[in-house]
Structure formats: structure tokens, C-alpha cells
Design a protein around this ligand. Sequence first.
Ligand code: GAR
Length: 204
Amino acid sequence: MTNFYRKKNVAIFISGRGSNMMALINDMKSEKYHPGQPKLVVSDNTKADGLVFAEKNLVETFALDIEKMEDKLIFEEKTLQVLKEKNIDIICLAGFMKILSEKFIKSFSKPILNIHPSLLPSFKGLNTHQRALKAGCLIHGATVHQITNKVDEGPILGQTLIDITKNSTAKQLEEKLLPLEHLLYKKVLREFLKESGKKILTIN
Ligand code: GAR
């Protein structure tokens, strides 16, 4: 089969472990006709564990520590340059814990996806598992959405649902959800790059 299309260049932003990033890279590398290719991993933490995996898998990395406000401006400026050099078509935030500025989002001007460990629009922000338990929720989950200037808002592209059983702890919820996040993000990215318009729902 002749390959008429250009694969989209994907950049993945991480802050730490990077297990969602690994899932996305493995998926793109394992499927010849995947519509995307991992081109760059960016981190605001030079010690992020996920960077080691990216380098071992020959994906270029760019990392710069953000400790104070001025660092964030420099990080964003330099990151924009690298995104341009690498001709990046889409950013996937995968456990990236800094809030990108309005200026950055506007300057990049292409889609930015994010995975968030709750059923948005519930529980934006941090400590989502604890908050879902405290609220007495019977269901919980994760969401992949396109980002806007407002934190943890934007069109929902997919969700994965789990039930919360009696006496669950936040740690148990996190452990149950993480592998499902990987499956969700992989599926959403494929559909998004194919421009199929298909949304993903998985109920576990
Ligand atoms: C994931 O659970 C992701 O949903 C969450 O951080 C974790 C990162 O794990 N993201 C956020 O909380 C963003 N607001 P990973 O580094 O192993 O992918």
C-alpha cells in the first residue's frame, strides 16, 4: 500500500513518571500506519523519569527546570522554538503539571490535548481521587480533552469510567485508573489524528 499521507509530528509534555507518554510512544511506534509519530518529549523537570524512556526510544527531548516565574517564560519561549524546528503538529500533555500561558497556546496555534484523572467537568485541578471519594461518588474516571485557556476545560474527546467500590482508597483508584488512562489516550490520539470525529467511551 502506498503511503500518501504525512504522519503528524507529535510532542508529548511530561513532568515526572511519564507512563501515559510511554503508552503513546509505544502505540505510535508499534503500528506502521499510525497517523502520528513521536517527534519530541518536553519536560519542565530535567530529572523526570520519563525522559530516560524517551531517550532510550530515540525520541528527542527538551527539558528545562521551572523554579520561578521568570523560568516559565523562558521555558515557554524556548519550547516554542523547538516545536517550530521540529515541525510539531500536535501537543499531548501527559502528566504535565504546569499551566501553559494563554500566549503559549495562541503562539503554538495547533491542537493541544490533555489527560486529566477525573470525569470532567467534575474535579478540575489536583487530588482528584481523594475529592471523588470525599464527595461520595459511585463512579470516577479520566478524561482526554482539547485544551483552552481555562484550566481543565475544553472539548471532551474521550472518557474512561470506573466504579468506586466500598472502602476504596485514593491509591487504589489511581492504580485502577492509570492503565485505563493509557488505553484511553492511545485511542483518542489515533482518532483525533485521523480526524474521524469519533469520541471514545470505555466503561470498566
Ligand atoms: C496521570 O494520572 C494523569 O492523568 C495526571 O497525572 C498522572 C501522570 O502520570 N495528570 C494530571 O493530573 C494533569 N492535571 P504519568 O506521568 O505516569 O503519565
